[in-house]
Ligand binder design. Sequence first.
Ligand SMILES: [Zn+2]
Length: 61
Amino acid sequence: MSLDPELLQILVCPNDRGEVEYREDERVIVCRSCGYRYPVRDGIPVMLIDEAEKPTGRRKR
Ligand SMILES: [Zn+2]
């Protein structure tokens, strides 16, 4: 499933407002600066810090 490129352009990381990129093979949105990974469910990016997978090392819950 691909995402609308225009939608991707307006998406920013809610954690640090960083640029994000879509990894189609993993179906996640990854922030280029902090590395948070946001799930894409049914083609809808879930841009919520609570839903994000944090980079390894310091994981909350
Ligand atoms: Zn970020």
